[in-house]
Design a protein around this ligand. Structure first.
Ligand code: HPA
Ligand code: ZN
Length: 335
């Protein structure tokens, strides 16, 4: 099973670039940029990772970003993830970034997006891994701030495939950003939003994503199973869920294997992703391997999960079909 998971060509659709910042790179950048870190070693930094819910994670996640200053820092961050992903046989990735977490520290939007974009171009050329970029808005900040950042992104529209919504969900419903997402849609961008596991008013939030915002995808969205009408809508619309098992385990003490099994049975387009792999200490293959054990998934289940990622990817149909056919070839030759 481990070899099957390691080697099957995969896509990742829910990974925050800032959540891929490994402690070693963090230390190197801190030294280069003259930024003091409150830890003596990368190992001590990892030991301080102590999250039990979304707010406790976000506090550590934002503190970690202070070492990202220059364009080359964003390049190095992105290249490190894409190299790791390529080594895990990820052939296509859609990457989240959080510009407001950088502009709020005085870092220019252009520095962030240019550093990321240059690494994406180089990684595709040198490693053959294709990626596209999704700009996320921080939902605890105002809709005006999100709109300002959408305007900042307009000169770089060709660098973006979509917009997302992340960070602290409590009392920050999707509807707060209705106008921003309407504008993003008009600009030709795809739409996704986080509905993190076990959040207050989660079923209302998932409903708003589907009915008011009309998203193309939902990030997490596991609680949708609690409402038969949401299940039916997800199945009929083929709107995908990007589920992150190891990330969820910090909140619900399970990899949600049972819920993922139910989603497969209900024909919901469920996919597996790593979310913030440097913080949760698990990249995509580790998510699949742990999940397989907890849920006793067979190769056919795993193949469906991997194929779903390409089916709901924001790619032209012909490219999706090429990836899907490479998966079928892999399965035939590996069995
Ligand atoms: N949820 C909300 N905000 C985030 C996440 C997440 O999983 N990761 C990084 N920012
Ligand atoms: Zn996320």
């Amino acid at each position: 099973m481990q070899a099957f998971i390691d080697n099957i060509p995969k896509a990742e659709l829910h990974v925050h670039l800032e959540g891929t910042l490994e402690p070693e790179l963090s230390f190197a950048l801190a030294k280069k940029n003259g930024i003091p870190l409150p830890y003596k070693t990368p190992e001590a930094l990892v030991e301080a990772y102590d999250f039990t819910d979304l707010p406790s994670f976000l506090e550590i996640y934002y503190a970690g970003m202070n070492v990202l200053v220059a364009e080359s820092d964003f390049y190095d961050l992105t290249m490190a993830y894409l190299t790791k992903a390529s080594n895990q046989n990820i052939v296509y990735a859609e990457l989240f970034f959080d510009p407001q977490a950088h502009t709020s520290r005085g870092i220019d939007f252009s520095i962030v997006i240019n550093g990321i974009h240059k690494a994406q171009v180089d990684a595709e050329q040198k490693l053959g891994i294709k990626s596209q970029l999704i700009m996320c808005f921080l939902r605890e900040l105002s809709a005006e701030s999100a709109m300002e950042h959408l305007s900042m992104a307009e000169p770089y529209l060709s660098y973006l495939v979509g917009v997302g919504l992340d960070s602290n969900e409590r009392d920050n419903p999707p509807i707060k950003f209705k106008q921003v997402f309407k504008k993003a849609r008009e600009l030709g961008l795809k739409l996704t939003m986080h509905c993190d596991v076990n959040q207050k008013n989660t079923l209302t939030h998932i409903g708003q994503c589907l009915d008011d915002i009309k998203v193309d995808r939902i990030d997490h969205g596991v609680n949708s199973l609690e409402d038969a009408s949401l299940v039916a809508k997800l199945r009929d619309s083929k709107i995908g869920l990007t589920v992150c098992p190891v990330s969820n385990r910090f909140v619900v003490q399970s990899l949600t294997a049972k819920e993922i099994r139910t989603m497969l049975d209900e024909q919901i387009m469920v996919t597996i992703n790593s979310d913030d792999p440097a913080y949760f200490r698990a990249y995509l293959n580790e998510n699949f391997i742990e999940l397989q054990k907890e849920g006793d998934f067979d190769k056919q289940d795993l193949q469906t999960l991997v194929e779903n990622s390409f089916r709901i990817a924001w790619l032209p149909e012909t490219e999706k079909q090429q990836y899907l056919s490479s998966i079928r070839d892999y399965v035939v030759t590996s069995s």
